[in-house]
Design a protein around this ligand. Structure first.
Ligand SMILES: C[S@@+](CC[C@H](N)C(=O)[O-])C[C@H]1O[C@@H](n2cnc3c(N)ncnc32)[C@H](O)[C@@H]1O
Length: 245
C-alpha cells in the first residue's frame, strides 16, 4: 500500500479531496493511506513560528529549515527505503504524466507545501529528492499543486480504477492525446455520431480511434510528436489533412 504524507500549514484544504471520488475509493480499497500534518506543530519555539525574514533583506518571509527537517525525519520509517520527498515549487521540474507513472511505483511519498516567499535553500539541498512545478504560473501555496500530483498518481495505483476507466488509453499515456468520445443519442438535433462508431465493426472503430487520436495530437499538440517516428499510415493521414485544408 502506498503511503502519502503531506506537510502543510493548511491541512483542512485536503479534507474535501481525500474524502471524495477516486481518492476516497483508493483509500477504502487499501491502495493508499493519506496523512496530512501541520508542520507548525514541529516548530521548536513557543509561538509556533515557521518562517522568518530573509537574510540580505527583501520582501516576503522564508520557511525556516528546522520545522521541515524535523517533520520529514519523523515520517521516515526505520526499516524503510528512502521515501521520495517532493517539494512543490514553481522552479521545479514541470509535471508530466511520465512523472506520475514514475511516482506511482514508489511506496512512500512525502509532499512539502510551501507558502510565503520561499523555502530556506538548505531544505532543497538536504531533505528533498524531487522539486515539482505544476505549470508556469505562481500559486499562493503548494497545496493545490500537491493535490494535482496526488490525484494523478493515485489513479494509476493497481486496482484503483476499474477496467472501464483504465488509464492506459488516457491522453499522454500512449504519447498521444485521446480520441474524441460520443454517447447516446446517435443523432442529437441533427448532429450525428461518426458512422464508424455505430457500425458495430470493432476493427473500424479501432481504426477510427487510432486516426482521431493522432489527428487530435497533430492539430492541438504537435510538440508531443517531437520524439515520435511517424508510421507510413500516419504520414498518409497528414498528407490527406494537408490537402483538404
Ligand atoms: C507564492 S509561491 C512562492 C514563489 C517564489 N517566490 C518563487 O518565485 O519561486 C508560494 C508557494 O506556492 C507553491 N507554488 C507556487 N506556484 C507553484 C507551481 N507552479 N507549482 C507548484 N507549486 C507552486 C510553492 O510551494 C511555493 O513555495
Amino acid at each position: 500500500m502506498m503511503k502519502i504524507d503531506v506537510l502543510s500549514l493548511f491541512p483542512a484544504m485536503f479534507t474535501g479531496i481525500f474524502g471524495e471520488s477516486i481518492l476516497k475509493k483508493a483509500n477504502e480499497k487499501q491502495a493508499v493511506t493519506y496523512n496530512v500534518i501541520n508542520f507548525r506543530e514541529f516548530a521548536d519555539n513557543k509561538h509556533g513560528q515557521v518562517d522568518d525574514y530573509p537574510y540580505g533583506g527583501g520582501a516576503g518571509m522564508v520557511l525556516k529549515p528546522q520545522p521541515i527537517f524535523d517533520a520529514v525525519e519523523s515520517l521516515k520509517g526505520e526499516n524503510e527505503l528512502k521515501p521520495r520527498v517532493i517539494l512543490m515549487c514553481p522552479q521545479g521540474e514541470r509535471y508530466t504524466q511520465s512523472k506520475a507513472e514514475e511516482l506511482a511505483k514508489e511506496e512512500h511519498l512525502i509532499f512539502i507545501c510551501g507558502h510565503y516567499e520561499g523555502y530556506d535553500e538548505r531544505i532543497r539541498e538536504h531533505v528533498v529528492t524531487d522539486e515539482i512545478s505544476i505549470g508556469d504560473y505562481v500559486l499562493t501555496g503548494g497545496e493545490l499543486g500537491a493535490m494535482v500530483v496526488i490525484d494523478s498518481v493515485v489513479r494509476l495505483l493497481p486496482g484503483v480504477l476499474g477496467n472501464e476507466d483504465s488509464p492506459v488509453k488516457d491522453s499522454f499515456s500512449s504519447g498521444l492525446l485521446e480520441h474524441p468520445h460520443y454517447t447516446r443519442p446517435a443523432d442529437f438535433r441533427g448532429m450525428k455520431v461518426p458512422s464508424e462508431l455505430i457500425s458495430g465493426n470493432h476493427r473500424l472503430i479501432e481504426e477510427w480511434r487510432e486516426k482521431e487520436s493522432f489527428r487530435r495530437t497533430f492539430e492541438r499538440r504537435p510538440d508531443l510528436l517531437g520524439n515520435h517516428t511517424l508510421s507510413e499510415k500516419q504520414k498518409q493521414w497528414i498528407e490527406e489533412w494537408e490537402k483538404s485544408r
